[in-house]
Write a protein that binds this ligand. Structure first.
Ligand SMILES: Nc1nc2c(ncn2[C@@H]2O[C@H](COP(=O)(O)OP(=O)(O)OP(=O)(O)O)[C@@H](O)[C@H]2O)c(=O)[nH]1
Length: 427
């Protein structure tokens, strides 16, 4: 009963439009925004993007978003290309959507609808799926409410109640509300179980390193290179909605858990913020955050700012150590490539790499080891009775969490940094 479009048959003929509206609050640079929208559409299975364009508008026209002349011009182009689906990279009101669909004889998907499709396609965990379903239903509900207003207006604005159309819409709304309550209940349960999982994971004896970054920055590619994972990154945005975790051994021999996360995107529609945040909760537990940047992207600075601001609004503790990973240095011109390497080498907590060629990986891993030097992790040991001095040292340092005498010695749980562990081993 979704009212947004789900591509079923492969190769739906699609067209992408980025409306650039004067004095609109969309602050995105139009050329980059269009490119991102096309990449998002390409990430959906079964869509064939035939063309894309920026359409400049002096203002939003209430009925059809675009003015009459533009509507006609676009209609010609869409028909000539036998377009079935038009993605409008911006907000399209429910009435505008209906009118445009009728006029152009196509399906319309706006930006929120598009991102919902992608979230839905990528959600892997139970929580992710529930969050996306809730966001989709809430989105659909506003469409119904406004569609109702629209019907009322069509009837002449007489405040006429009880028509058959209205009854249906009221019933749909009630069904959606009930479904939302059910989903919310399930979600609460999932979140509770997850909190338990997290508590038990706190005992995982390795520090957690989270990869974050703007969509398409190369997080999954880097994750795969670092973990040697078989699954190669798809050339897709949002390849990961839910964090994936894997163990990595650093050159120092220390082990960490590397966690991949969903890509960030600017101007996320408000309905989707909760779904997006749920997928990022893992980052808050991280011992170290790797901020992956596409350093060759024209908007790399703006993207980094966006990521930083989302991280702080999520409540990432200020003292969580962070490393900026300047990825895709292979895409830079030779001069810029050299300059990036040199600047990264001079700057603390910055690494320049290429996840594709593997350049800079060793330096990055060394940075990670150094950054984690001060981070504590939990470990279980058995200290033989004969090693009383070692046990005393652990107590002196205040590292002991549990100490149980057993037949083979003292079974101890300690929380320590890599440096403290190294000192212990030298005793
Ligand atoms: N040239 C070059 N391309 C890269 C590099 N790293 C990643 N890519 C490409 O960039 C695209 C996106 O990479 P992903 O690893 O899927 O990006 P991501 O950040 O995980 O993307 P989301 O899942 O959307 O957040 C893919 O086409 C990769 O092949 C790199 O170092 N150099």
């Amino acid at each position: 009963m979704t009212d947004y479009y789900i591509p079923e048959a492969p190769d739906t003929r699609a067209w992408v439009i980025h409306p650039e509206i004067k004095n609109d609050n969309d602050r995105r640079e139009p050329v980059a925004a269009l490119a991102e929208a096309v990449a998002l559409a390409d990430a959906l299975p079964g869509l064939d993007v035939l063309g894309s364009e920026i359409v400049r508008l002096p203002k939003r026209h209430p009925g059809m978003l675009f003015g009459t002349g533009k509507i006609e011009e676009l209609k010609q182009r869409l028909q000539a290309n036998e377009v079935e689906l038009v993605l409008i990279d911006g907000h399209v009101g429910p009435v505008q959507q209906r009118n445009l669909e009728k006029e152009w004889k196509v399906k319309i998907l706006d930006r929120t609808g598009l991102i919902l499709e992608i979230f839905g396609d990528r959600a892997a965990t139970r929580e992710g799926v529930l969050q996306v379903e809730m966001a989709a239903l809430s989105y659909q509900r506003t469409r119904l409410v406004r569609a109702w207003t629209h019907l009322e207006r069509q009837r002449g604005g007489l405040g006429f109640v009880g028509g058959p159309g209205e009854t249906q819409i009221e019933a749909d709304r009630r069904a959606i509300d009930e479904q939302l309550v059910r989903l919310k209940r399930q979600l609460d349960k999932v979140v509770k179980t997850r909190a338990l999982h997290r508590a038990s994971r706190a005992k995982v004896p390795f520090p957690i390193v989270a990869l974050v970054g703007y969509t398409n920055a190369g997080k999954s590619t880097l994750f795969n290179r670092l973990t040697g994972a078989e699954v190669m990154a798809k050339d897709m945005l949002f390849a990961t909605l839910d964090p994936t975790m894997r163990r990595v051994v650093l050159p120092t021999g220390d082990e960490v858990i590397l966690s991949d996360t969903v890509g960030f995107i600017s101007d996320l529609p408000t309905e989707l913020v909760a779904a997006f945040r749920a997928t990022l909760e893992e980052v808050l537990d991280a011992d170290l955050v790797l901020h992956v940047r596409d350093i060759g992207h024209a908007q790399t600075v703006e993207q980094a700012r966006e990521v930083e601001s989302i991280l702080s609004s999520l409540g990432l503790p200020d003292d969580t150590p962070k490393i900026e990973v300047w990825n895709k240095i292979d895409t830079l011109a030779p001069d810029a490539h050299e300059a990036a390497l040199e600047r990264a080498a001079r700057t603390k907590n910055v690494s320049a790499v290429s996840a594709i060629t593997g350049e800079g990986m060793d330096a990055l891993l060394t940075e990670v080891s150094e950054a984690l030097g001060g981070v504590k992790h939990v470990e279980a040991l058995v200290v033989p009775f004969a090693a009383g001095r070692k046990r005393a040292w652990l107590f002196e340092q205040g590292l002991v969490e549990e100490d149980t005498p057993t037949e083979e010695g003292h079974r101890m749980q300690v929380r320590w940094s890599a440096a403290q562990k190294a000192r212990f081993e030298r005793l």
